[in-house]
Design a protein around this ligand. Structure first.
Ligand SMILES: Cc1cc2nc3c(=O)[nH]c(=O)nc-3n(C[C@H](O)[C@H](O)[C@H](O)COP(=O)(O)OP(=O)(O)OC[C@H]3O[C@@H](n4cnc5c(N)ncnc54)[C@H](O)[C@@H]3O)c2cc1C
Length: 233
């Protein structure tokens, strides 16, 4: 099934991420964490399909995607970021990316947060967030998608890890204070052993393939059985 859905609203989320609210076809529904294959309704782009996750709630009257642009790929994300309100996206049937099975640890890298956005928003809406923790890895603080909202939802259960920013290094024009609340480096075994109180719980991991392979290796070694989605090769 293909539907052309007009863009209703576009918001800049970070320097290279935008959210797109689009029309919701009648009868269309999804479970938080699910995705669909999207293409741009412009000549030559209709058949270039890429998967994107819904970041809205299913009971909202629109659909929303939150999309990171890879300008150097000259592909679909670059095209999507050139679109305006009123332009069309072609969406298709929904398919499962990652499903919530119960409280646990969400570990995301970059745009890998998107399936967790839908899941966490739904849990927050249902007052069922308790017992979940989010560990979110990014290169710099400027890359953190929906930082304010995630902080409001999760409080101390939201841990930000930055790989390319050091507490005392210059980040654009901002010198980060020493006690900025960020962790610095990568999510390695020492980090996970410190942060995770029990490996007998649910783990949801989403991000670039190398990050997923590394983290899953550590989780499995410690007895966990993670749910995972690879976002980038
Ligand atoms: C289930 C699932 C859900 C997803 N949901 C989301 C989401 O909600 N939001 C989101 O932002 N992302 C999401 N992603 C990731 C998203 O699908 C990719 O970022 C997207 O497919 C990239 O499309 P693109 O056409 O811009 O680039 P690509 O398809 O990666 O690349 C296009 C072309 O660029 C070239 N290329 C590839 N890599 C490079 C490189 N490093 N440098 C230069 N050129 C290169 C290649 O020739 C390639 O054919 C999801 C992925 C999956 C699997």
């Amino acid at each position: 099934m293909e539907n052309i859905a007009r863009i209703l609203e576009i918001n800049q989320v970070t320097h290279d991420v935008k959210s797109f609210k689009i029309e919701k076809p009648s009868g269309y529904s999804f479970i938080p964490g699910q995705a669909t294959d999207v293409s741009v309704n412009k000549p030559g782009w209709e058949k270039e399909l890429r998967p994107f996750t819904f970041t809205c709630l299913n009971d909202q009257p629109y659909l929303e995607f939150t999309i990171k642009r890879y300008a150097d790929h000259k592909g679909v994300t670059d095209q999507v970021h050139r679109l305006n309100v009123g332009d069309g996206l072609i969406i298709r049937d929904v398919w499962g990316a990652i499903a919530y099975k119960g409280p646990g640890y969400f570990i995301a890298g970059g745009a890998g947060i998107t399936p967790f956005i839908a899941i966490l928003r739904q849990l927050h809406n249902d007052n069922k967030l308790q017992g979940n923790k989010l560990i979110f890895a990014n290169k710099t603080s400027a890359d953190i998608i929906y930082k304010k909202e995630l902080t409001n939802m999760l409080g101390n259960d939201f841990i930000n890890v930055l790989s390319k920013e050091h507490p005392l290094s210059q980040n654009g024009n901002t010198l980060l204070p020493k006690n900025s609340g960020y962790r610095y480096g990568i999510i390695d075994e020492a980090f996970l052993l410190k942060e995770i109180s029990s490996f007998s719980t649910h783990f949801y991991v989403c991000g670039p393939d190398k990050m997923i392979a590394d983290i899953n290796g550590i989780l499995k070694k410690n007895g966990a059985d993670p749910e995972q989605v690879v976002f980038e090769k």
